[in-house]
Design a protein around this ligand. Structure first.
Ligand code: ATP
Ligand code: MG
Length: 263
């Protein structure tokens, strides 16, 4: 009899100890998850700021070479001011994501949103043999966190450009809508994506643009599409791609017209 009671007592003690260990592991897991979130937010912020600074640096260099050209200098200063404002918005926005804080969606014109992205890129696509076409109706309104959707578009556009270098091609940005969703499409006539890569392209740090043979200015970190996926999911939408080698690529983002109130 005594041995049964002892055994039960022993079992209870082991159970209590295991529960304690379980709780400790859970709290460690939460802390590690928070650190991982912060780590990925940090690389994403760095990546997005870099997307804004890189074209600005070459634009500023052009102004230095043409210091007599007052009009050019005024343009460069204007773009510097706008991209600095954008950089500060990105930091606030991404840090809020890292801290698990939602952000208020706003109703904005898709046309204005896309126009501002091309302004922030300050890039002459024609110089790379790229023709840009946009098909975004003036009256299409969408609800989103604008700075996040603009960075998403910027990443898709930069990837499209990379895929068409050095030969050039056509880059198209278009929008569409149905009753419940707004669709954003970015397509290119570039080299396309092999089927074996399609599953990996949204995974953080997957890139085919790294390698010793590539100059650092052209190498990628594999953060762009992971960032896009995160932004789309925070908006309650989804992102997909249609592509084949040699056939170009079309990225399609579907955003609900009524996203979660806090994104
Ligand atoms: N439009 C596209 N055409 C062909 N391949 C693409 C296209 N967009 C993405 N990819 C493929 O997906 C990979 C991941 O893209 P992602 O934007 O995440 O990273 P990256 O462009 O390599 O680097 P980063 O964006 O961090 O500078 C790319 O390296 C490329 O192989
Ligand atoms: Mg990219």
């Amino acid at each position: 009899m005594a041995s049964i009671i002892d055994k039960r007592l022993g079992l209870h003690q082991r159970l209590a100890k295991q529960e304690q260990e379980n709780d400790a592991l859970k709290s460690e897991n939460t802390q590690l998850q928070a650190l991982a979130n912060l780590g990925s937010a940090t690389s994403m912020i760095a990546h997005e700021i870099n997307n804004l600074l890189t074209p600005l640096a070459s634009y500023a260099a052009l102004a230095v070479r043409n210091s007599e050209d007052k009009e050019l200098i005024a343009k460069v200063l204007d773009k510097t001011m706008r991209n600095c404002e954008r950089a500060s918005k990105i930091m606030t926005s991404m840090l809020a994501v890292a801290n698990g804080q939602g952000q208020e969606s706003e109703t904005v014109s898709a046309h204005v949103l896309v126009d501002e992205v091309f302004t922030a890129l300050c890039r002459d696509f024609a110089k790379d043999g790229i023709t840009v076409m946009t098909d975004v109706p003036d009256d299409l309104q969408m609800r989103c966190v604008p700075v996040q959707i603009q960075q998403l578009l910027m990443n898709l556009i930069l990837n499209a450009r990379d895929a068409m270098l050095p030969g050039g091609g056509t880059l198209k940005v278009a929008t569409d809508q149905d009753e419940q969703h707004v669709h954003l499409m970015v397509s290119d006539t570039g080299k396309g994506i092999p089927a074996s890569d399609i599953e990996s392209i949204f995974t953080p740090f997957f890139t085919t643009k790294a390698g010793e043979d590539r100059p650092t200015s052209y190498s990628g970190s594999g953060v762009g599409l992971a960032f896009c996926k995160r932004v789309v999911e925070a908006h309650g939408g989804d992102i997909s791609v249609d592509s084949a080698p040699g056939q170009g690529s079309q990225f399609r983002v579907r955003l609900p017209k009524s996203p979660p109130r806090q994104t």
